[in-house]
Design a protein around this ligand. Structure first.
Ligand code: FES
Length: 580
């Protein structure tokens, strides 16, 4: 029986005419009876399952639990695949396809009979990609994350995804462990389904989703293999049906206030620098103004109280058992440090209502505000003649003694140059040098690779050096650490001043004052920039055509979220919620 015209899907299934016949008839080849077309909400389950995205490889089962919840609440679930950009396999970097995936999501929602969507997110870029696509359509949407892996285990100790790779590879270079020991850690690091178990980008973005209010409480931290993850999927399936009935669209949740809550949360959890780029891109799709300086204004002064790797000691499993993100938000709120308690979340309650009674079981993992891991964990936004449009540094991952530093530049023209020379015994470098790498920004490395945490020269590691100031237009894995200045904008390949740095130039970093200065006068800088063409490499990449050309020609700089210029802004008005 054709459905009564009410929800958006009625535009497809609600009429007793030739069009309605066609839309229903083809769907019926899946064994759908007439009564399923009676006007109930059609809920899309946007699935990033892929065996090439190992962090999301358990999502078929997750989707089954969402379906149970949707059916139980009186909706009809339809699962659909979207581009899945996994961090570990995809070259040149999963970031290169974040915008592509978001376009897939947007057009899949826009073009299909969907009244609401459940976004199955996990590996780093899948969370922003799906939120960006759904935000562009502004329909009711709820995030269900795949959850983190269990703690890695190696030689009787816990090891963290990614973080241990950086640690052990430096220990091999320094001659402290054998290559055999290094290889033996592989299987132990990733021993269950799920995303990286450190506070890397996947866990950070899951926490961002929860603090933005677009997921149910505890979505961020329940381990992937914990049965409560499936309960959360089921309840999210229940809830999205009611969200459609309440017309609770993303624009009512993803407000300016929600982004400020997320920025504050990022500081408290010691979250990934990648969140700076992704939150800007999501906000841009929603039409919310969010600037780099908002990270200074809202985030600075906030202590990091979550003691997780890479900044601290524990892993996501302990984070969940300690109380998870609700306990962190409660701790912030009780100290009047949650900026907008009244922000609406997808369950219809305010953020504060969701967390005000949250239990907290372990003060070592989620520390007291007056006993933090880092006193001021807010992202440092840096500016100066080396980064006129900004750069970022994560203080909880940096060495306090290097936060103010003056040193001579050791310059690498690109990542290949870095790899070729970093371990050269004749490289002129000492512990006070500043490693500078160019051409790894959005256009320079088409996608902005996570190579900013350049490994240190082997000869310095052998001397016991463990950290140096490093500067680039690249990103850094959320699992990495060090005194690393990232996201320098404009990037070298866009003609930014980074392109003009030469070996031996003095560079001053003052992370406390937000200053990044190249000690070269303006006239000399201009002379150097005009003597070369830093955009040549990216033009060569674009000349191969295809998506790479689209990417290079339209990607915005890091301070603008690396979205495509033509995708910014909400196009939800083109996606009417109810049929007429
Ligand atoms: Fe997928 Fe880390 S590689 S979450």
């Amino acid at each position: 029986m054709p459905q009564k015209a009410r929800f958006r899907s009625a535009e497809w299934f609600g009429s007793a005419d030739k069009n309605g016949f066609m839309y229903r008839s083809w769907m019926k080849n899946q064994g759908i009876p007439d009564h399923e077309f009676d006007g109930r909400p059609i809920i899309g389950i946007c699935n990033t399952f892929s065996e090439l995205t190992p962090c999301n490889a358990h999502f078929r089962k997750l989707a089954e639990h969402v379906k149970k919840g949707v059916l139980e609440a009186g909706g009809y679930p339809v699962e659909f695949p979207v581009f899945s950009n996994g961090e570990s396999n995809l070259r040149p970097t999963a970031m290169f396809t974040r915008n592509l995936a978001s376009m897939d999501v947007e057009e899949a929602i826009r073009g299909n009979p969907l009244d609401g969507v459940v976004l199955l997110t996990g590996c780093d870029k899948t969370t922003p990609a799906l939120l960006m696509g759904a935000a562009s359509c502004d329909i009711p949407a709820i995030v269900v994350t795949g959850g983190p892996m269990l703690n890695g285990k190696h030689k009787g100790r816990d090891i963290g995804s990614g973080t241990v790779v950086w640690q052990l590879s430096e220990e091999v270079k320094a001659g402290k462990i054998s290559i055999h020991d290094f290889m033996a850690a592989e299987a132990g690091m990733s021993r269950s389904a799920g995303t990286c178990n450190t506070m890397g980008t996947a866990s950070t973005m899951a926490c961002m989703a929860e603090s933005l209010g677009v997921s149910l409480p505890h979505n961020a931290a329940i381990p992937a293999v914990d049965s409560r993850r499936y309960v959360l999927a089921h309840l999210s399936g229940n809830r999205i049906v009611d969200m459609v009935k309440e017309d609770l669209r993303l624009s009512r949740v993803l407000t300016r206030e929600a982004f400020e809550n997320a920025i504050r949360t990022n500081a408290a959890i010691g979250g990934s620098t990648n969140a700076v780029i992704h939150l800007k891109a999501i906000a841009g799709r929603m039409g919310v103004e969010l600037e780099l300086d908002d990270w200074n204004r809202v985030g600075r002064g906030t202590p990091t109280i979550v003691d997780l790797q890479p900044s601290g000691r524990f892993l996501m499993e302990e984070f969940y058992y300690a109380g998870g993100l609700p306990a962190v938000l409660r701790r912030l709120g009780e100290a009047d440090r949650l900026p907008h308690k009244e922000a609406l979340t997808v369950n219809g309650q305010t953020l504060w209502d969701n967390v005000k009674d949250a239990p907290l079981y372990n003060d070592q993992v989620i520390r007291e505000l007056d006993n933090p891991l880092v006193d001021d964990g807010g992202m440092c936004v840096l500016r100066g003649n080396l980064a006129p449009k900004g750069a970022v540094l994560k203080p909880s991952a940096a060495s306090p003694e290097l936060m103010r530093h003056r040193g001579r530049a050791v310059v690498f023209e690109n990542f290949d140059d870095y790899k070729a020379r970093i371990n050269d015994p004749d490289l002129e470098v000492d512990a006070d040098s500043v490693l500078v790498m160019k051409h790894c920004g959005p256009k320079g490395y088409h996608g902005m690779a996570e190579v900013g945490n350049m490994g240190l020269p082997a000869k310095l590691l052998a001397q016991g050096v463990t950290d140096m100031v490093r500067i680039s237009d690249a990103r850094m894995s959320g699992t990495a650490y060090g005194t690393v200045v990232l996201h320098v904008a404009p990037e070298a390949a866009a003609g930014g001043p980074l392109a003009a740095v030469e070996n031996g130039d003095w560079i001053e970093l003052d992370a406390y004052d937000g200053r990044l200065h190249l000690d070269v006068d303006e006239a000399e800088l201009e002379r150097r920039l005009s003597a070369s063409d830093p955009t040549e490499a990216s033009r060569r990449i674009a000349s191969s055509g295809g998506y790479r050309q689209l990417y290079i020609e339209h990607v915005l700089q890091a301070d603008e979220g690396c979205d495509f210029d033509f995708l910014v802004g909400c196009r939800g008005a083109d996606v009417p919620r109810h049929s007429h």
